[in-house]
Design a protein around this ligand. Structure first.
Ligand code: SF4
Length: 707
């Protein structure tokens, strides 16, 4: 038996962790962390890679539907037949209804770096294959994830993206982690940095979260907040900081716009009142505000957790404004800023004369992402509003497990003239497709991976399983048949060469360095706004229209939204709807990740399912006892939208009166308990953040009873 051990990049998710793989006669049998290489890591999913790669559920040939939509009856087809049929149907839709009648939706399965660089839109990661086709209706997971935090809030405040704001943990005296659990990140490199800061510098760590998640359990202090009320808590902190004059007066006077309006507005949020909204004690609010304002070097790590309330964008804005006015922006140990990157030269122009679906209802979303808001897709298909949509291409995503009230989306799928899905395994979306195209894992493809200060090539470890193909090359094949293949890389080799076209010497080095190459980091300079290092005109200030940190945002105001970072009480919550609260007296949260899954993936892999065989609802012992529920009991969770069965995890990690329900269930290859547990039958299609259009996943009302 021929045994080989090679350095590699994990091929299970786009995280890019450095690993060592063992091959027996060319078959992947074992994966270990590559401890000598930078960015070494191995999560349990990475450890189970052989089981994932060789899963019997992998799609091995293209498929063409033979039964009714949703029935799951297909026949195997050749690539030529499946691609030709896809292009024929797309062309018919274009001829009969116009190019805008074709829609695409791309997901987390398309975030591998070469896909992001050549096939996706910069910043949003939305696949752009349909732009040269003439359709503006490109969409993706940015319709319900990341861009409130990643684009809208930081652009409104600072004229920057979240990728231009990074916590300077290594020099911090205090780290605040707000509404996120970096331990379950893929990869968990942020978590590792926090642990190092705690160990090396004895840095204090505070976690603000609706539940005592893993990072909160490791923190010096956990501040438990009622779901959906983070915005009120932040305004309460601002109230203390402003009224006690703890803010950085010089920064505020010189570099901010709208401070006096904010000072007036936060008078509505004294700590006692905020306690009644958030359930955080007034003295905790006052102490936390003082600690943030008086500690030198306070870094902040937040992510998408705050997005899913009725004021997600504005709450994230308020959080970063707190950091700005307390003197923690672009200082040692605070939130470090970098200048915006110029977009790549080879961007495709947007189709002229027609706006994407959702642009009418969510104009800021359209201005900043350039894409369609997929939450409006059913309206277009079912009501022809603002115009008819007839075709859908789903690339590396699972719409029916991730969007609220999936029955609405299923109804839209049934009405389509054509639907194609690209994925590794049969998803519930794919059951509705006319054509299913099998993609390969990253262990089966050639590409590259850039990290901060480091780069390496991704070298194919095993041949693609069955007839599966690199998703990037599936896109190229479709583009070729649509007549614009020349706009994309022609092969994996071409893709790697194009990626390093600006630095062929680096590519040469990478080709000769299986463990990658270090790249010198740029010099670190603080207070860049004073030095003219943030704006393209090189003037001091921020790249906002006013050149200042816009506490009153011209960007939000331009589209008719509040200029101030205002708070909106959860629309489906105990204070706003007490009558409903009597019927559904528990606050429902969804979305927290578990380690054995990657979103809805891997619940078909026995070695991973054994870590958590059943979907859980985390419920406080008081709420469980009141309902006669014990740990492990099967329970029925109901909302106004429906009822789904989960299994009780009775724990003090959630506060009384609120529950956390696992997401990810509902796909056909998953084990029975998970397959039946799609939490989104409980969530609400209509209840959204008015700016982003994101569904309110984290502040709904439910009831639970023993099944
Ligand atoms: S985080 Fe992703 S890339 Fe890293 S080991 Fe886990 S599955 Fe692999």
């Amino acid at each position: 038996m021929a045994i080989e051990i090679k350095p590699s990049i994990c091929g299970i998710c786009p995280g890019g962790c450095a690993v060592k793989v063992t091959l027996e006669d060319g078959k992947l049998v074992k994966v270990e962390p590559h401890k000598d290489a930078p960015y070494a890591n191995l999560c349990i999913r990475g450890r189970h890679a052989p089981e994932i790669v060789y899963s019997p559920h992998r799609l091995k040939t293209p498929l063409i539907r033979t039964g009714e939509r949703g029935e799951g009856k297909f026949r195997a087809a050749s690539w030529d037949e499946a691609l030709d049929l896809t292009v024929q149907k797309m062309t018919e839709i274009k001829a009969n209804h116009g190019p805008q009648a074709m829609f695409s939706h791309s997901g987390r399965g398309t975030f591998e770096q070469s896909m992001v660089r050549f096939y996706n839109m910069p910043n949003t990661m939305t696949n752009k294959l349909l732009l040269p086709f003439g359709s503006p209706n490109i969409s993706g997971v940015d319709s319900l994830c990341y861009v409130s935090y990643g684009i809208f809030a930081p652009m409104a405040n600072f004229g920057l993206l979240a990728t231009n704001l990074s916590p300077d943990f290594e020099n911090s005296n205090l780290i605040i982690v707000w509404g996120t659990n970096p331990i379950t990140d893929s990869p968990p490199f942020i978590f590792k940095r926090i642990v190092e800061a705690q160990k090396n510098n004895k840095t204090r760590l505070i976690a603000v979260d609706q539940m005592r998640c893993d990072i909160a359990a490791r923190a010096d202090q956990w501040v438990g907040v009622r779901p959906g009320t983070d915005g009120a808590l932040i305004l309460g902190l601002l109230n203390v900081v402003i009224n006690e004059k703890l803010y950085d007066r010089e920064f505020v006077e010189k570099w901010t716009l709208g401070f006096s309006e904010l000072s007036d507005y936060v008078q509505n949020f004294p700590p006692q009142k905020v306690e009644s909204i958030t359930r955080v004690p007034a003295e905790t609010i006052t102490a936390l505000a003082r600690e943030i304002a008086t500690t030198e070097g306070v870094s902040l790590h937040t992510f998408t957790g705050l997005e899913y309330s009725n004021c997600g964008v504005q709450s994230i804005r308020a959080l970063y404004i707190l950091w700005a006015i307390t003197g923690n922006l672009d200082v040692r140990g605070g939130v470090y800023l970098t200048a915006p990157r110029r977009p790549p030269q080879d961007e495709f122009p947007k189709p002229a004369g027609i706006l994407p679906v959702g642009a009418d209802k969510y104009p800021l979303f359209y201005e900043l992402t350039g894409s369609a808001q997929f939450m409006e897709f059913p309206r277009a298909v079912l009501e022809a509003e603002p115009y008819p949509v007839k075709g859908l291409l789903v690339i590396g995503s699972s719409i029916l497990t991730s969007y609220p009230q999936p029955k609405i989306f299923e109804e839209a799928f049934r009405k389509l003239d054509f639907m194609a899905v690209v994925n590794l395994v049969m998803t519930r979306d794919a059951l509705f497709a006319d054509v299913v195209l099998p993609s390969a894992t990253y262990y089966e493809t050639n590409s590259y991976q850039r990290y901060p200060g480091y780069a390496r090539l991704r070298r194919r470890v095993i041949e693609p399983i069955g007839q599966s193909k690199n998703c990037a090359m599936i896109m190229t094949e479709l583009a070729k048949r649509l007549g614009y293949g020349h706009l994309f890389p022609q092969s994996e080799e071409d893709l790697v060469e194009k990626a390093f076209a600006g630095n062929p010497a680096l590519l040469k080095k990478l080709q000769n360095s299986p463990d990658g190459v270090k790249i010198p980091a740029p010099e670190r300079r603080y207070k860049k706004y004073e030095l003219g290092l943030l704006r393209s005109d090189k003037k001091p200030g921020f790249p906002t229209p006013s050149g200042l940190v816009e506490i009153t945002s011209s960007l939000t105001a331009k589209h008719g939204y509040d200029a101030l970072p205002v708070y909106i009480e959860p629309v489906e919550g105990p204070l706003h709807d007490p009558e409903l609260y009597r019927e559904f007296p528990l606050v429902l949260n969804t979305g927290a990740r578990i380690q054995s899954t990657f979103r809805s993936q891997h619940l078909n892999v026995p070695g991973l399912v054994k870590y958590q065989e059943k979907p859980h609802v985390l419920i406080n012992p008081l709420d469980a006892a009141e309902r006669g529920i014990k740990a492990g009991d099967k329970v029925a969770i109901s909302t106004r939208r429906g009822e789904v069965f989960f299994y009780a995890d009775v724990t003090e990690n959630v506060l009384p009166g609120q529950v956390e329900v696992n997401m990810g269930g509902g796909n056909p290859t998953q084990v029975e308990a998970w397959r039946q547990a799609n939490v989104n039958h409980l969530t609400d299609f209509s209840n959204r953040d008015p700016i982003s259009g994101f569904p309110v996943f984290k502040a709904l009302l439910c009831q639970i009873k023993k099944a």
